[in-house]
Ligand binder design. Structure first.
Ligand code: WT7
Length: 568
């Protein structure tokens, strides 16, 4: 029997207080995610249970941590940060590959009441800068290989006081503001005063990209645990003996909500693989650790499909019990393929950085319709709204905006320093997701597309605005427009259209140079996979570049109304 049992019964009898009771939390109590994920599990008698199985670039590079290790090591990090002058409410950035310090550090930061700001370690200096500046980050925890990027922007970040290096080897002298911290070599701190955070205390700050303007810092609070705990239990169906693998990087919300908080608040053993993607390396990892529950993403699944069925057959993956996916549309073929090769479908889940926890999902014991995102999580009021009137659409299979009544515990509390954009996400009492979907006669949601120009490449959102701005900083580029281009594996990749400044010659060499420029400045995800040189970009009469036209061209779609287009 699955944890959720009958979906319909759960919908009928739903109360968030169910999760509050299981977590022994009452309104007004202290609630600290760092404590819930380590100390409390130890108090429940699971101190010696394995919490984290970590593997580096080779299988020999293996580390295991019990829940007691989580407790002690997060205490140690928390105490170190406190000694460095970090206090409650301060933003501490985690900027690391998937090393153990990232996972333990997040709990340590939360335990002292500070705010964890995880950032993807492949970010270049510009991506890093805008996010650290916006957050007014006080300390950053990083590895020596990433510290150079921080040094490069340090002069522009007056609030940044400490650069904490977790793998300092003494070979080069420490630079300005750098300080070494060796977790393995530190004396474990047995007792740490856990900061008495309450439901509405700030916990995490995750950055996400929009169409216009700089990335937005999504503010989450400790009470989000209630949603994350229950969705993990009911949707991912984690059970005491499971070995769970969430493939997401904690630089993104899936990696924190379901790579850290969900599983550990339930006392579940979780695996981490800190190396790049390869189909056989993934299968071998799951075989070695007997993974039972696997939460991944459509691009990874499509890459596995591409690697072929023969690859799968070389491994014993009979431990797998349940599979789920998130981040971008999961096409029906991928679900059908997974049934064929793994003997079970991937269960799609839909949610966002802003929602903090899963919203529309496929549940164990509920029929999966391949290609559908499933149904709203019990307790949520979800609807499809007419994009003009913002009234719910009752007709089946008619596309509209996905909206929710904003009354679930993990809903974002604001965009950091950007209340205005936050307010725009709500109208007539609804939280507007910015995505479009239909609902069929059985209540299943079918994703249609985003309602903005944000590019979703391999499950990662990229802002065309950020890429366009970065392109303009290249000396050859006069104007730029960035849109999504179709791609078989990543669904969408970034494509740039540029006009050049006088004296520059369009060609492959310059294209490569510009691509590299963006990769280093922003990230490999934001790097255009193609640059098309134009004599002129299509603009409206008021001078705004019409991305819509360029997008339609890439996707072979009807161009639509061009009446505002500048003369041709
Ligand atoms: C956007 C949110 C929170 C998970 C990681 C991404 C798209 C997410 C699905 C899905 C189709 C999906 C939406 C959404 N998306 N899940 N199952 N099917 N699209 O978080 O970076 O905030 O991105 O990803 O467009 O708005 P995110």
């Amino acid at each position: 029997m699955s944890n959720i049992g009958s979906y319909d019964e759960r919908v009928k009898n739903f109360k968030w207080s169910l999760a509050e009771q299981e977590l022994e939390y009452k309104d007004g109590d202290v609630i600290n995610i760092g404590w819930y994920c380590s100390d409390r599990i130890c108090e429940k008698g699971l101190a010696n249970k394995t919490a984290l199985i970590w593997e580096g670039r080779s299988p020999e590079n293996l580390k295991k941590y019990t829940f007691n290790d989580l407790r002690l090591k997060s205490n140690t990090i928390g105490a170190f940060l406190k000694n460095q002058g970090i206090s409650d409410g301060d933003r501490v950035c985690l900027f690391m590959d998937k090393v153990p310090e990232l996972y333990l550090g997040l709990l340590g930061i939360l335990k002292i009441g500070a705010v964890a700001q995880p950032l993807f370690s492949a970010f270049g200096d510009e991506s890093l800068f805008v996010r650290l500046e916006n957050a007014g980050t006080k300390a950053i925890i990083t590895q020596k290989k990433h510290a150079g990027k921080v040094q490069k922007i340090l002069d522009k970040l007056p609030n940044l006081e400490k650069i904490i290096i977790v793998d300092y080897d003494g070979r080069k002298p420490l630079r300005e503001k750098e300080i070494a911290f060796d977790l393995e070599g530190s004396t474990p701190v047995e007792k740490l005063d856990i900061f008495p955070t309450k439901a509405e205390s700030h916990s995490l700050l995750h950055y996400t990209s929009g169409t216009t303007g700089q990335p937005k810092g999504v503010k989450h609070v400790h009470y989000s645990l209630i949603s994350q705990y229950l969705t993990t239990k009911w949707v991912l169906d984690l059970q005491p003996d499971d070995i769970y693998w969430c493939t997401a990087d904690p630089g993104w919300v899936t990696g924190t909500s379901y790579g850290i908080i969900g599983p550990w608040s339930l006392g579940i053993t979780s695996c981490v693989m800190d190396s790049g993607f390869s189909a056989e390396a993934w299968y071998a990892f799951m075989q070695r650790h007997k993974v039972t529950m696997w939460y991944s993403a459509p691009t990874a699944i499509r890459s596995l499909m591409k690697a072929g069925d023969e690859s799968v057959k070389k491994f014993d993956l009979s431990s797998l019990r349940h599979l789920a996916s998130v981040g971008e549309p999961l096409n029906a073929e991928a679900v059908i393929w997974s049934e064929k090769v793994f003997g079970k479908p991937f269960f799609d889940t839909y949610w966002q950085t802003e929602t903090g926890s899963m919203m529309i999902c496929n549940y164990p014991d509920m029929k999966v319709k391949p290609g559908s995102m499933g149904k709203a999580f019990p307790g949520l009021t979800a609807a499809i709204l007419d994009d003009k009137t913002l009234e719910p659409i009752t007709e089946h299979n008619k596309p509209g905006l996905i909206a929710f009544l904003p009354d679930w515990p993990a809903c974002m509390r604001t965009y950091w320093n950007n209340e205005e954009t936050f307010n725009k996400k709500f109208s007539k009492g609804w939280y507007l997701s910015g995505d479009k979907s239909t609902i069929d006669k059985d209540g299943y949601f079918w994703f249609v597309g985003r309602d903005d120009d944000v590019i979703n490449t391999g499950g990662h959102l990229v802002s065309p605005f950020e890429v366009e701005s970065a392109l303009l900083e290249h000396e050859a580029v006069a104007e730029s427009a960035v849109v999504a281009k179709p791609d078989q594996v990543n669904m969408e990749v970034v494509k740039a259209f540029v006009t050049l400044n006088p004296g520059w010659e369009a060609g492959d060499e310059l294209e490569l140079k510009i691509m590299n420029f963006i990769r280093k400045k922003l990230s490999p995800l934001a790097m255009p996979q193609e640059i098309e040189y134009m004599d002129k970009l299509p603009k409206t009469r008021s001078g705004k570049i019409m991305r819509r036209l360029l997008h339609a061209k890439e996707w072979g779609e009807e161009i639509g109304d061009t009446s505002t287009l500048e003369d041709d």
